[in-house]
Design a binder for this molecule. Structure first.
Ligand SMILES: CC(C)(COP(=O)(O)OP(=O)(O)OC[C@H]1O[C@@H](n2cnc3c(N)ncnc32)[C@H](O)[C@@H]1OP(=O)(O)O)[C@@H](O)C(=O)NCCC(=O)NCCS
Length: 182
């Protein structure tokens, strides 16, 4: 099996890979993943999603990590660093995607570990995310030590229009730092 590398993308690196990022998002939706879009997602709309992350990545409030095999992107994860003054210790994880042809080879686990490390490097100690109940993501997060803290029935439509339950997870990845009152 070819090795893969995990790359922290700045805004120019992301822009250079917009087509590949869009293809990864379209692939996930086409294979039934509930990742905010409906069936039939096309590349231009998927590109728009990634373009929408550019400002956050450029500002350093969003981190994009990309898994690549032989220079070809095959997985992504976003880390959103909370900007509220009372939440300097918090971050959210999103768009955890591994190409359908490359799943169950450990990429998801490695991307998630890289996302946790990136958050820790920014002084973040509490991570949050949500996913469709019973999905591969649900299983991945449990396998990686995340704790479920609630469920909302009928929270989002799956790609083909059926409502599904969302499950919420958190993970504490270090000691919490003090917020500096100003
Ligand atoms: C969720 C996702 C990122 C997992 O990526 P992956 O590379 O296949 O995950 P890994 O191979 O690292 O799996 C690590 C562990 O998670 C669990 N796991 C992952 N996918 C699973 C599945 N489909 N069924 C059961 N367990 C699963 C297993 O414990 C697995 O360990 P194992 O293979 O040794 O049993 C991938 O399935 C995906 O992109 N799905 C579509 C997008 C999506 O739903 N993302 C989550 C939205 S929040």
């Amino acid at each position: 099996m070819d090795p893969f590398s995990i790359l922290a993308c700045d805004a120019p690196a992301m822009e250079a890979r917009l087509d590949a990022l869009a293809a990864l998002l379209c692939d996930a939706v086409a294979h039934g993943a509930s990742v905010n879009f409906l069936a039939g997602l096309q590349a231009p709309r998927a590109r728009q999603f990634w373009e929408g992350q550019r400002d956050g990545i450029a500002a350093g409030t969003t981190r994009l990590l990309l898994a690549e095999r032989e220079g070809v992107p095959c997985g992504t994860v976003l880390v959103f660093l909370a900007q509220q003054p009372n939440a300097p210790h918090r971050a959210e994880i999103g768009k955890m995607l591994v190409h359908s042809s490359q799943r169950r080879q450990g990429l998801g686990r490695c991307l998630l570990a890289a996302a946790e490390a990136a958050a820790r490097a920014e002084g973040r100690s509490l991570l949050l995310l949500d996913t469709e109940a019973g999905s591969a993501g649900d299983k991945l997060y449990r396998a990686c030590g995340w704790t479920e803290f609630g469920r909302v029935p009928d929270h989002a439509f799956r790609p083909h229009g059926v409502l599904a339950e969302t499950v919420y997870f958190y993970k504490q990845i270090g000691p919490h730092r003090r917020a500096d009152a100003r």
